[in-house]
Design a protein around this ligand. Structure first.
Ligand SMILES: N[C@H](CCC[C@H](N)C(=O)O)C(=O)O
Length: 275
């Protein structure tokens, strides 16, 4: 089956066209294709499908096979894929996700997509008790202890469920150990994405993310957006800032309560997946 591999600020994805192939057992397929040794290797997998409520539908899976409602870096790569492959021949179009219909705007150079802006909608601090135990609902910069270590943590849904922890020095954080501890804490029954952040100045923050279902990645688009929202609230940073992630830089703009993310999307390769 034909695939294309993309990356957006170092978060990488395998994309298949569900309009050409009937793709079954998707969670198993995601685990196989995303495996860095036995597969192609990626942080996640997307499948293109038709939509009744948008121009196209994006089905997203983490590298561990779990379904996630939205992926910020992924939808930028997905938008590039569907435009450059002439599935959608519009520079402004809509993508159906489990987190709702997202508006995308392409920046085209030489006939190909280079940058994509996504309207990620409104952030949500109210969470359901299926996702977050009652004691962690609507928390903003609250001191909680995980594995006997204190963290000032915020919980926010920005397409998908995120926690945000500000620290004075990101280099002091063992992202894999401490990220995993929070990601799998009992108060998050469905797990949670964990963003460790450091404020550089009013227009720049640094974020390193331990992703639910993928582990530490070079970037998390929804995590960058979620952190920018919390940063404005808790640290007083601006409404149009640069989020510096390990794999590059994302621009996050808050306008009339909606959050816009602009960032790159790049085709790495295309080929035939043998399964
Ligand atoms: N791991 C996330 C989904 C992918 C999000 C991330 N790759 C992004 O760019 O937003 C979750 O399980 O909610």
């Amino acid at each position: 089956m034909h695939f294309e591999k993309y990356q957006g600020t170092g978060n990488d994805f395998i994309i298949f066209n569900g309009l050409e192939n009937k793709i079954e057992d998707r969670e198993t397929l995601a685990r196989k294709v995303c495996h860095r040794r036995f597969g192609i290797g990626a942080d996640g997998m997307m499948i293109v499908e038709n939509s009744n409520i948008a121009d196209v539908r994006m089905d997203f899976f983490n590298s561990d096979g779990t379904v996630a409602p939205m992926c910020g870096n992924g939808i930028r790569c997905f938008a590039k894929y569907v435009f450059d492959n002439k599935i959608v021949e519009l520079e402004d179009f809509t993508v159906e996700t489990l987190a709702g219909v997202m508006n995308v705007n392409l920046s085209i150079e030489g006939g190909l997509t280079r940058f994509v802006t996504i309207n990620m909608g409104k952030p949500e601090f109210e969470t359901s008790k299926e996702d977050v135990s009652i004691e962690a609902n609507r928390i903003i910069n609250k001191k909680l202890t995980f594995d006997e270590e204190p963290y000032f943590i915020s919980v926010i849904t920005m397409g998908t469920l995120h926690s945000v922890v500000f620290v004075d020095d990101l280099k002091s954080i063992d992202v894999n150990r401490q990220g995993k501890t929070i990601e799998s804490a009992p108060i998050f029954p469905k797990k949670i994405n964990v963003n460790f952040a450091e404020v550089m100045d009013n227009e720049n923050i640094k974020v390193v993310t331990y992703e639910r279902g993928a582990g530490q990645t070079l970037s998390c688009g929804t995590g960058a957006a979620a952190t920018a929202v919390v940063s404005a609230l808790v640290k007083g940073t601006g409404n149009d800032i640069n989020v510096h992630v390990l794999g590059g830089k994302l621009q996050i703009k808050q306008l009339q309560k909606e959050v816009y993310m602009t960032g790159p999307a790049e085709l790495i390769c295309r080929g035939m997946y043998n399964f």
